[in-house]
Design a protein around this ligand. Structure first.
Ligand SMILES: Cc1cc2nc3c(=O)[nH]c(=O)nc-3n(C[C@H](O)[C@H](O)[C@H](O)COP(=O)(O)OP(=O)(O)OC[C@H]3O[C@@H](n4cnc5c(N)ncnc54)[C@H](O)[C@@H]3O)c2cc1C
Length: 304
């Protein structure tokens, strides 16, 4: 249960209010404002505020005085051009502020994205809730044997049951100790900033996270990717849906050129040219390492 009834009531109240404004609004994003979308077992993502829309990107690119006279199809074409040619600053004209609730080990990966503004829930000031991420059985996987930074087959039977028992038991025990150390019942009670240190990395934290669209796309490109850990990827995938409704043209271009697109090295381009000319190119004749060749073939070969 990510939200208490009181928190939900606060959100409902915010959502019920409307104001007239001269500011640009994105109809798609208006629908999402404030709504807390559940992620993992106790987490969520909700949009607190945003600035700009697709039009703000093209306006900035043209340094225009108003909406401009260009047709909508030209706006989409311009946005695709900007994305294709790595013109980043027009995308920085749009901003979004999220409220995210996430396990601490996910937050550690997330915070590496330095080009955002963050304010985190203070566990020095407040007491953390008894909320720990416990993976669903279908994502409780073994260590991958082919990728040191990845997962293999799903754990089953007694091993899966034992792992879940350990995770739940450790979380319960450490939170009980946290409460015991904090307690001022017949004792001074340890400072919150110290008592929190025995909590495991699957405890939930929360933050406000504000970022411009260019840097958000960079985050989503890395974290909605199949190489990202499942627990951060589910947040990124949800955010992709929100961004798609906020700035549909920009998201379409991002999906095409970044998420679904691929970058080739000079050697890769040369190999494609040779293949198109009918030559049978192999790893040995490509000039690429085995790893590079595997990735290259993953891009150019028919997945079917
Ligand atoms: C699948 C995956 C695995 C990873 N594994 C590891 C790992 O094992 N260990 C680990 O430590 N990290 C790991 N990372 C984190 C990764 O190395 C980056 O730190 C993280 O993705 C943030 O990327 P970024 O720096 O490009 O983003 P941001 O911090 O948002 O920066 C965006 C861009 O701004 C520029 N920039 C920002 N700050 C500076 C600066 N101070 N100086 C110069 N340029 C700057 C850079 O061009 C940067 O690309 C992993 C990331 C992914 C996606």
């Amino acid at each position: 249960m990510p939200l208490t009834p009181e928190q939900q009531a606060e959100i409902d109240e915010e959502r019920a209010q409307t104001r007239t404004t001269r500011r640009v609004v994105s109809e798609g994003m208006e629908e999402h404002l404030y709504t807390a979308y559940p992620v993992l077992d106790h987490g969520f993502v909700r949009v607190i505020d945003y600035m700009g829309d697709d039009n703000a990107i093209t306006q900035a690119a043209r340094v225009s005085y108003g909406k401009g006279t260009k047709a909508v199809s030209n706006d989409e074409g311009l946005i695709r051009y900007l994305m294709r040619h790595w013109h980043s600053t027009p995308f920085e004209m749009c901003e979004v502020k999220f409220h995210v609730k996430l396990p601490v080990f996910v937050a550690r990966q997330w915070i590496r994205h330095r080009t955002a503004n963050v304010n985190e829930y203070s566990a020095r000031y407040s007491i953390l809730d008894r909320e720990f991420y416990i993976p669903e059985p279908e994502v409780l996987s073994a260590q991958s044997t082919i990728n040191n930074q990845g997962r293999g087959a799903v754990l089953e039977g007694a091993e899966a049951a034992r792992v879940l028992e350990i995770l739940k038991g450790d979380a319960t025990r450490s939170y009980d100790h946290y409460e015991e150390m904090l307690s001022q019942d017949g004792q001074d009670g340890l400072a919150r900033e110290l008592a929190r240190m025995n909590l495991p990395a699957n405890v939930y934290t929360q933050w406000y996270w504000k970022v411009d669209l260019h840097n958000l796309f960079h985050f989503l490109r890395l974290r909605a990717d199949s190489h990202a850990q499942y627990e951060i990827r589910v947040y990124a995938e949800l955010m992709c849906q929100l961004v798609k409704d906020w700035v549909p043209f920009a998201y379409g271009a991002f999906e095409d050129y970044r998420l679904g697109g691929a970058q080739l090295s000079a050697k890769g381009v040369e190999c494609v040219r040779r293949m198109v000319a009918g030559e049978e190119v192999t790893q040995e004749t490509s000039g690429m390492s085995k790893g590079e060749w595997r990735e290259f073939m993953g891009v150019v070969s028919d997945p079917g």
